[in-house]
Design a protein. Structure first.
Lengths: 334, 540
């Protein structure tokens, strides 16, 4: 079966579409790249041509300060590549602009999910199930113990902790692209309309989200305000700043982190997190397995994450699958 | 359902366990435990306290039992992968336990759970434990499995729990520590004494463990030898011998009763006393003929045995080199100065059989510089280093600044190549943090191979751990369950205290206290050391 798909190959540094000589999410600069979403490990700079959604290209321009070679493709739009390959970008529900990529060649269909989730997210359109012959799926949370709780429960915990500690602040570590804006949008949806304070590294990305029409309410920069103003408030910073000296300027912060890894106690402890919030932008175990069932591909290729367990699930369910050995994708901060 | 408000409920204990997991500060942890102990009735709080300090043992419930139960409920491969990632059986099982259909039965109290666990047999546990787990949510299941399998590992030391107990009821922690060892869970007399002002538990005629006095490492300081006395630091295990009420016990440093492994020592002390010393095996390895002790390797043959054969007793005869005396003929001498206790110890020696006891010699040196020279030569005598004790120090539990110092000799160093890595547990859960490394069995440029020489899981910073974890993931060539084989490209400078011949290892050598001293990413693997270099350091 695999021989029929000799036009697409997984190599350690990306997925190579041979007839088009194009790569999906290559970790090294190439002449022609298709990029699923804006996280730095997937969207590297320096490619000759970068095909991605307009939102993803805007995120990349923000990071690399150039849009040279950018070629926007809207959701649902197809573009022709060299060698008779067609690529279509389909919502993946991961972050603003995130897409699955459907590749068609000689009547054969391959879907590369990129990172995705199936839960509702006010900051991006939902994942669409797309039938195909080969599904290249992520497996970041590919273990049966990862069942993400409803986000409203986790936001509820955050609001309750805030209410119980009016003299302190809750400092939430969240990935600067996607997670931070989703947490803010969900706080707003839960009726929390107080100003939310941001670490400087969050500012530009939040502004970009707002420019794309996502309502994040009143945001303030930590540096512009004194300690007392932030009592009883939510402060959002990148995970790397959680235990940094930077947080000393905050009023007795309660350390929280919004991440799928928070399901595991020791992961929270490793980060010195007092309030773990199990909020993930990746598919959990049920979402991963349900997606394979619904897409129902002839074969699944499983990549970056806990490939072995998902591979085992495919085996137990008589589904053809194999693990790809891609390197360079980092999921630690989700 | 008024039971839901009962303060002794398992769910309250589970909430305490969870809060402890996520609380960083020592004071925060103390407050949580103290508050729980104050507001929870007997005997629930006693059982909870025992669980926190790893004092509970249910013979029918072991880690293997949990694994067995999970194998009935989830594919074994998926279980192993999950367990391997989480690094904790209880947590993995609590997350993967299938929710029962319908309404949950009310949760048990801590003492009800303990009673049920105690009533389980190896057969009934397979149906009784699931019924109990079905009454709890994931947090409750985690706490119950932790309690049932007897290893909390949530960063609460027994000492911390005792300090919290003392804080909860405003009693001196040293007294808590002392009574504690004579009592069984749920420690009702201890609570009666501390919480209700009852009479202290009777410990006079019990062969109880007394907390050891410990030493700080000496860091670049010079001490005045008129104030400090020096002794050799012998490479055995620190023990306490206690004779009271007609019984003698031998305790290890953690307070574990090891009398069964060393019956000749338990028989050798026949008057009421508490003695502190180093357990060794007769030989000439440490300190030559005068030192009279075999290597740690020889002692190791005797450790961890429930019973011991005549042959073992003959081949590896044990003795204790005495450092100190805590109680003598019923008199507590811990408040006396080290010098006065030392005199008591010397006067007492003739009452002990010379075959089983000798006295740790005082190392005489004119000044600190000559002591430094003596220490530098200690390696030839295969001694661990020096102990420095303040001459006027009382015998106090734990580590007190300024009283006792250990001054280990500098470690040996060798360059090894990383071969295998395994995920750690606890704080290192999901990180590849346990490393097996090897040395070349000849010239690597002429086809020599690497043979494993040791394993280490500390000596690196958290930042280095992240780097190492990534290195392992990106350089894996093979996987064997939880173990990854790497491409053998990374060199470690490994520090260790000594090296011995070993039949258990293919390389023929075993290191003592190996730890990663430096990561030598600059050094090519073929320049790492050979086994012959390691063997040259053997002093057996």
């Amino acid at each position: 079966m695999i021989a029929d798909f000799s036009w697409i190959r997984s190599e350690p540094h990306g997925i190579h579409i041979l007839p088009a000589d194009s790569w999906i999410d290559p970790v090294h600069p190439v002449a022609h790249a298709l990029v699923t979403h804006g996280h730095a490990d997937h969207a590297r700079g320096g490619h000759g041509v970068t095909v991605a959604t307009p939102e993803t290209l805007a995120i990349m321009k923000l990071r690399y300060a150039t849009d040279e070679g950018a070629q926007p493709v809207s959701y649902g739009e197809s573009i022709k590549l060299r060698g008779g390959v067609t690529a279509t970008f389909i919502p993946a529900g991961h972050v603003l602009g995130s897409a699955q990529i459907l590749l068609e060649h000689a009547g054969e269909r391959v879907v590369v999910t990129g990172d995705y989730k199936r839960r509702p997210d006010p900051t991006c359109p939902p994942f669409e199930v797309t039938p195909c012959d080969i599904l290249v799926t992520e497996a970041t949370f590919g273990l049966p113990l990862f069942i993400h709780p409803p986000i409203a429960e986790e936001i509820g915990k955050l609001i309750a902790r805030l209410a119980a500690n009016p003299d302190r602040c809750v400092l939430v570590g969240a990935y600067a692209l996607g997670k931070a804006q989703r947490v803010i949008a969900e706080l707003r949806a839960a009726g929390h309309h107080d100003p939310i304070y941001l670490h400087g590294a969050m500012e530009r990305m939040c502004r970009l989200y707002q420019e794309w029409g996502i309502d994040l309410g009143e945001l303030r920069l930590v540096t512009d305000h004194d300690r007392d103003a932030m009592r009883g408030s939510v402060v959002i910073c990148p995970p790397s700043a959680l235990n940094d000296r930077w947080s000393r300027r905050l009023p007795d912060p309660i350390t929280a982190m919004a991440s799928g890894w928070m399901q595991v106690r020791q992961r929270a402890r490793q980060r010195n997190v007092e309030l773990p919030l199990v909020i993930s932008d990746h598919a959990d175990w049920h979402e991963l397995t349900r997606t394979i069932e619904e897409v129902n591909p002839a074969e699944s290729w499983i990549t970056h994450g806990r490939e072995e367990a998902l591979l085992r699930w495919c085996e137990l369910n008589q589904r053809q699958a194999r693990a790809l050995a891609l390197v360079g994708y980092e999921d630690e901060d989700d | 359902m008024h039971a839901a408000r009962a303060p002794g409920l398992m769910e309250r204990f589970a909430a305490l366990v969870d809060a402890l997991v996520y609380t960083r500060s020592r004071n925060g942890k103390l407050d949580l435990i103290a508050d729980y102990l104050r507001t929870t009735p007997d005997p629930d709080r006693g059982w909870a306290l025992a669980a926190l300090t790893e004092g509970l043992d249910f013979p029918a419930v072991k880690a293997g039992t949990i694994r067995g139960l999970m194998h009935e409920r989830i594919d074994p491969v998926l279980w192993t992968l999950s367990r391997d990632f989480v690094g904790d059986t209880a947590e993995t099982a609590s997350l993967l336990w299938p929710e029962p259909p319908g309404d949950r039965l009310p949760p048990p109290t801590v003492s009800e759970a303990v009673d049920l666990l105690r009533g389980m047999t190896r057969v009934s546990v397979m149906s009784d434990l699931p019924r109990l787990l079905d009454r709890l949510d994931a947090t409750g299941r985690f706490a119950l499995i932790k309690l049932a399998t007897g290893a909390m590992r949530i960063g609460i030391s027994a000492r911390l729990a005792k300090v919290a107990f003392a804080q909860a009821f405003g009693v001196p922690v040293d007294e808590v520590e002392e009574y504690w060892h004579g009592l069984e869970p749920p420690y009702t007399p201890l609570f009666h004494w501390a919480a209700d002002g009852g009479a202290p538990p009777d410990t006079e005629n019990l062969p109880l463990f007394r907390p050891f006095m410990l030493a700080h490492p000496l860091e670049d300081a010079e001490l005045d030898l008129t104030q400090y006395a020096a002794e050799w630091k012998w490479d055995g295990i620190r023990v306490q011998l206690v004779h009271a009420g007609g019984e003698t016990r031998v305790y290890s440093r953690s307070g574990e009763d090891i009398s069964g492994s060393f019956p000749e020592m338990a028989a050798a002390l026949q008057f009421p006393a508490v003695l502190d010393g180093e357990l060794l095996v007769r030989g000439s390895h440490q300190g030559g003929e005068e030192g009279g002790a075999a290597s740690f390797n020889a002692l190791q043959q005797r450790l961890g045995r429930k019973s011991v054969s005549k042959k073992m007793l003959g081949e590896y005869p044990a003795f204790v080199r005495l450092y100190d005396v805590l109680i003598l003929d019923g008199e507590d001498v811990r408040g006396l100065t080290w010098e006065m206790r030392r005199r008591r110890l010397e006067e007492m020696m003739p009452r002990l059989p010379a075959e089983r006891f000798d006295l740790s010699r005082i190392v005489e040196a004119q000044d600190f510089a000559s002591l430094t020279a003596l220490r530098a030569n200690a390696r030839d005598d295969a001694i661990e280093g020096l102990m420095l004790k303040r001459r006027d120090s009382p015998y106090v539990a734990g580590r007190r600044t300024g009283l006792w110092y250990k001054w280990k000799r500098d470690p040996l160093l060798i360059d090894c190549v990383l071969m295998y890595a395994q995920r750690g547990s606890g704080k290192r859960s999901s990180f590849y943090s346990d490393y097996t490394f090897g040395c070349w069995d000849g010239d690597p440029d002429e086809g020599a191979e690497l043979l494993p020489v040791g394993k280490a899981y500390f000596g690196f910073s958290d930042e280095e751990l992240k780097w190492l974890d990534r290195h392992v993931r990106n350089h894996t060539v093979n996987r064997f369950g939880p173990v990854r084989e790497t491409d053998r490209s990374l060199v470690f400078e490994v520090a260790f205290d000594s090296v011995h011949l070993s039949k258990r290892h293919k390389s023929g050598v075993a290191m003592r206290f190996p730890r990663i001293s430096r990561i030598r990413s600059d050094k090519p693997a073929h320049e790492a050391d050979r086994i012959s270099a390691l063997k040259a350091l053997i002093r057996d």
